[in-house]
Design a binder for this molecule. Structure first.
Ligand code: NAP
Length: 317
């Protein structure tokens, strides 16, 4: 089987890329892989979503002022086709349930790439499909849905992929290279995910509670420092010393460098979307509790955020 690339050449199809969740990140990956000529198949939640997708005739990728339609194949969770390579691009709170629906379709040598932010959902998915190889990813790329089936590539970034079991890099990383998906193999992906979680925990909830851009946290430096100190101790006790190094310095650097930006959690709340709180401060608080570490500021922020979300009528888990 062959597929056309946008340069008019054709590329022999290798293993199909099944993509679970055609939201912002799923669409960003799907369209770039399809553009490079790879065989991509979207997995949508049900017949209604599949019908809506077919009506749109494909996914549209918007980059700068250029919008391109990619008529990528799609199917529902209930399709029988086996899956060898799966990009899980749901939110953290949907990932386990969505993977459970397709677990029986995974071939014995299946590989999953888990794109979720925070921690906790990756481990839950890996436990659900012990026969599969689960690779974890951390992304600084930015994308949002301008409408259904239309994704805007809003921020150039980078993807780190790694194996929490310390296995070797997979050969299909070449396909990401050919697709222009900026990436590298990370020998310690858990450390990277913990570091990002700590940065998120120190910044995101406070921007929601103080209703401010990242730069607004300069007025709350004491609270930020207290959180960084507890998060650093947590990373150490969770055997992630690399992730703990100079945490406070980096948090303040990020606050300065992104002073004009609204954090992703702030945007979720502003747009009345469910947050990934359980996989950020929720996960950190649970890890602290399990380790017997006292983290009063972290717990207070988590409690305040939970109460705030409840007050707004948004899910608080
Ligand atoms: P999103 O736009 O909300 O997309 C999630 C997609 O998952 C939706 O299309 C949703 O389907 C689909 N989905 C949920 N349950 C499903 C199921 N059971 N079966 C099939 N599809 C299902 O989310 P996102 O922004 O791409 O985020 C995905 C992950 O990447 C998150 O953990 C996020 O934190 C992380 N991330 C995002 C960005 C970014 O810039 N967006 C950057 C870095 C990391 P429907 O369309 O039918 O609702």
């Amino acid at each position: 089987m062959s597929a056309q690339t946008d340069s008019g050449t054709s590329r022999l199809a290798s293993t199909p890329w099944h993509i679970l969740g055609a939201g912002s990140m799923g669409s960003l990956w799907a369209t770039r892989l399809a553009r490079a000529g790879y065989d991509v198949r979207l997995i949508l939640r049900d017949e209604a979503r599949l019908h809506a997708y077919k009506t749109a005739q494909g996914l549209t990728l918007v980059e700068g002022n250029k919008a391109t339609l990619w008529p990528i194949a799609a199917q529902t969770l209930d399709t029988a086709e086996p899956i060898i390579r799966l990009l899980v691009a749901c939110k953290a709170y949907d990932a386990e349930h969505a993977v459970a629906r397709i677990a029986h379709r995974l071939s014995p040598d299946a590989q999953l790439i888990l794109l979720q932010n925070g921690l906790g959902s990756q481990q839950a998915v890996a436990a659900l499909v012990p026969q599969a190889r689960c690779l974890f990813a951390s992304s600084t790329e930015g994308a949002f849905r301008e409408g259904d089936w239309r994704v805007v590539f809003a921020g150039q970034g980078h993807n780190w992929l790694g194996d929490p079991q310390q296995g070797a890099a997979p050969s299909w990383l070449d396909e990401l290279q050919h697709s222009g998906i900026s990436h590298e193999w990370s020998p310690n992906i858990l450390s990277r995910l913990w570091r990002k979680l700590a940065l998120n925990c120190a910044i995101n909830p406070l921007t929601v509670l103080h209703q401010c851009r990242n730069g607004g946290l300069k007025a709350h430096a004491h609270t930020v420092d207290a959180l960084c100190s507890e998060l650093g101790a947590l990373l150490e006790i969770c055997a992630q010393p690399e992730a703990a190094a100079n945490l406070s310095t980096e948090v303040h650097r990020v606050i300065d460098a992104t002073a004009n930006n609204y954090a992703s959690m702030y945007q979720d709340v502003a747009q009345r979307r469910r947050t990934e709180i359980s996989y950020l401060t929720g996960y950190a608080c649970q890890a602290a509790q399990r380790s017997g570490l006292d983290t009063p500021h972290l717990h207070a922020i988590h409690q305040q955020l939970t109460a705030h979300l409840k007050h707004l009528g948004l899910p608080s888990h």
